[in-house]
Ligand binder design. Structure first.
Ligand code: OAD
Length: 290
């Protein structure tokens, strides 16, 4: 039984083996041409590491089950989060209204993610990057996730579209600090270690701009990729949601992996219905001819 975040997980949909092989063939052609693979991942890619998603079945169920599954000592805090809309907390207005609640929430997520482990989907994407580099090609991974599980699974080129739970910045000096200790931060908002000024997480909140250097890298990858993969994202939050369509518009081969249909599904070359931790290793196995 896979280690899932949701208690009563729906059964896996049937695996579309021919589609898996078509996806692997498209990737193989790209690698043989020393081409670029561009990838966007979303919360669904980390769902099987016990990190709840924002939308869909694995959001609320994920929160409840994830806390129960790993006997999270912070589970007692769960009702606090279950009664708060995560999307409302992830805004400058939410932070201005209640900096303690918002930084407590991010600290709770930071500690959950520190305890989480990369799942087979993360490891498969790190392997895909290795295959691309060995073939003389490139693999640019853009993640909307702020958990750093891609980096911890061995992916070298990871662009964090929405920032990171582990980087916090001084509200007055903008100096950034890595917070990697597993204990609760204790004071909310937490004080900067050097100035004592309050800090906020270096994550992109609704209404804030994405890091310009990441946008430039994404625009370059969208324009230069031969294969584009959209994995575990509801494809409703821009600009990330627009990358796959832009790649498709210029003729890239677009592969989507998701448990459910998304607004993107109708315009991709292959949409694989299922869990990324199950399907990505199957694509790698097909690539390696095993
Ligand atoms: P969402 O929670 O919106 O969507 C998660 C997607 O993953 C859904 O389409 C699920 O069907 C799918 N999914 C769930 N489990 C899966 C699995 N095991 N395998 C494959 N797919 C699975 O998450 P995102 O699309 O990442 O932004 O959300 C985008 C942004 O909205 C987030 O980065 C965050 C949120 O507000 C900010 O915080 C700025």
């Amino acid at each position: 039984m896979p280690d899932h975040t949701a208690p009563n997980l729906p059964p896996d949909p049937p695996i579309d083996e021919p589609a898996i092989h078509r996806a692997a063939e498209a990737i193989r052609r790209c690698l043989d041409d020393r081409g670029t693979i561009a990838i966007v991942t979303g919360a669904g890619c980390s769902a099987e590491s016990g990190i709840p998603t924002f939308r869909g079945f694995f959001a609320a169920a994920g929160n409840e089950a994830a806390a129960r599954l790993d006997n999270d000592p912070d589970a007692v805090e769960l009702p606090l989060w279950a009664n708060n809309d995560p999307i409302a907390l992830a805004t400058p207005q939410g932070f201005a209204r209640d900096p303690e609640l918002v930084t407590r929430w991010y600290d709770w997520r930071r500690r959950r993610c520190l305890k989480a482990k990369p799942n087979p989907g993360h490891l498969a994407l790190a392997e895909l990057e290795r295959l691309a580099h060995t073939a003389g090609g490139d693999c640019e991974l853009f993640t909307q996730n702020i958990d750093r599980l891609h980096q911890r699974s061995g992916s070298q080129t990871v662009h964090e579209l929405h920032g990171s739970l582990y980087r916090w910045r001084d509200l007055h000096t903008n100096e950034e600090h890595e917070l990697l200790n597993p204990e609760p931060l204790g004071t909310y908002p937490p004080p900067a270690p050097d100035t004592g000024n309050p800090m906020r997480p270096c994550v992109v909140w609704f209404g804030e701009m994405l890091p310009p250097e990441v946008i430039r890298a994404a625009e370059h990858a969208v324009q230069s990729c031969t294969v584009f993969m959209s994995i575990g994202t509801s494809a409703v939050v821009y600009p990330a949601a627009g990358f796959a369509e832009a790649a498709a518009d210029r003729g890239a081969f677009v592969i989507e992996i998701n448990l459910e249909p998304t607004p993107l599904s109708a315009s991709v070359d292959i949409t694989l219905r299922g869990r990324s931790a199950l399907l990505l290793p199957k694509i790698i196995a097909a690539l390696n001819g095993t």
